[in-house]
Design a protein around this ligand. Structure first.
Ligand SMILES: NC(=O)c1ccc[n+]([C@@H]2O[C@H](COP(=O)([O-])OP(=O)(O)OC[C@H]3O[C@@H](n4cnc5c(N)ncnc54)[C@H](OP(=O)(O)O)[C@@H]3O)[C@@H](O)[C@H]2O)c1
Length: 336
């Protein structure tokens, strides 16, 4: 029997969260690999909100748009089933930028390719010990520059990156306020993850709640959202506060630029606002894991996983990050 490789293809740039009209599942023959390439059976997909920018026609984003007609790309964890690369043997487990498909054809020399150890919960290679963990750790320490005792605010706090940033800040000895959509997410953040306080941005007046919870202002804001939420937070920043711009999920499907309206407060409050981009420091992954692994091992930091089964359900899982349907790291399981 000839094996088929099913794969998702980008046929048009999606409007809003209508991914089903833009991406379709196709059958293809098994890929042939060239010299210094490997064929990987995908076991897990990591779904990452920032990849939404690849699926727009904007050319001034951090990556050029994915050309129409291309297989959809994303982070995968899988097992090498065929290798023509001298450094990577069949059977090895790897994490890489691969294809949303049954199998990924990969060229390790291009980068964003790591052989990873077999650990009890392989999903952590995309959570505490992977790109979300590295983003949260570096963003919080090197851009938000948090110090013990400070008041730290995190948006999208019930999502993968925000949940880690919030817990790393707690582990540093900060008071941590998390922003998330809905009372249930907020409850879990406080009761299961120990956040000091939460704000339900879908139902609360964010500025008014912040004035109540943080009367002396927010020292550091780890921003995953941008847009109107950032405008609501700027008046609540403390003098000399820092804002680490991790992501702008509220604007990824918009072509037209807006705001922030309260831009002047950056001057009035002497704020430092810094954007950062995790692929710039992926090469530091092992160094960062040595710092965060003890927190994972002793239970100081953990991750909730939002797992969807099956390649055919990838788009439903992906949309969750934009509707708030996920809690923690959104992943698709393809095989054991
Ligand atoms: N700079 C970097 O290198 C880097 C690396 C990784 C991630 N990021 C950024 O970090 C952010 C989170 O990414 P992720 O992959 O970890 O996804 P995620 O946080 O697991 O999922 C996205 C979350 O964002 C919230 N959200 C969606 N639309 C929103 C809106 N309009 N306003 C407020 N909240 C909204 C949703 O929760 P609610 O229910 O609370 O709405 C959802 O759970 C993204 O902006 C991403 O681009 C940046």
């Amino acid at each position: 029997m000839v094996e088929i490789n099913r794969y998702w293809r980008l046929d048009s740039y999606p409007e809003g969260q209508d991914f089903a009209s833009a991406m379709n599942l196709y059958d293809a023959p098994m890929p042939d690999i060239a010299d210094r390439e490997v064929l990987v059976k995908n076991l897990w997909f990591s779904l990452d909100a920032g990849t939404r920018m690849w699926f727009t026609s904007r050319t001034d984003s951090y990556m050029p748009p994915l050309p129409l007609g291309s297989p959809v790309m994303g982070f995968v964890l899988g097992r090498i089933v065929q290798s023509r690369h001298p450094d990577f043997a069949e059977g090895a487990i790897v994490r890489a930028y691969g294809q949303w498909a049954d199998y990924s054809r990969l060229a390790p020399d291009i980068g964003n390719f790591w052989q990873v150890p077999d650990i009890s919960d392989m999903r952590q290679h995309f959570a505490v010990l992977g790109p979300n963990g590295w983003t949260a750790y570096v963003g919080l320490n090197e851009y938000a520059k948090v110090r013990p005792g400070e008041t730290v605010l995190v948006s999208a706090a019930a999502g993968a990156t925000g949940l880690l940033a919030a817990q790393f800040a707690l582990a540093t000895g900060c008071r941590v306020i998390g922003i998330a959509g809905g009372a249930e997410k907020c409850r879990r953040l406080r009761e299961e993850f120990g956040l000091t306080a939460t704000i339900d941005y879908k139902n609360d007046d964010v500025s008014a709640r912040l004035a109540e919870i943080a009367p002396d202002g927010v020292d550091a804001y780890f921003d995953c959202v941008g847009g109107p939420l950032l405008d609501a937070i700027l008046p609540c920043m403390a003098m000399n506060g820092r804002i680490a711009i991790c992501g702008l999920i509220s604007t990824y499907d918009q072509i037209e630029r807006k705001g922030p309206v309260n831009f002047d407060l950056i001057l009035m409050k002497r704020l430092t606002v810094a954007g950062f981009f995790s692929p710039d420091f992926y090469f530091r992954g092992e160094e960062i894991n040595r710092l965060t692994q003890p927190w994972l091992d002793n239970g100081t930091v953990s991750m909730a996983f939002d797992v969807t089964e099956g390649l055919e359900n990838t788009l439903t899982a992906y949309a969750k990050m934009f509707t708030g349907g996920n809690f923690g790291k959104t992943m698709v399981r393809l095989a054991e």
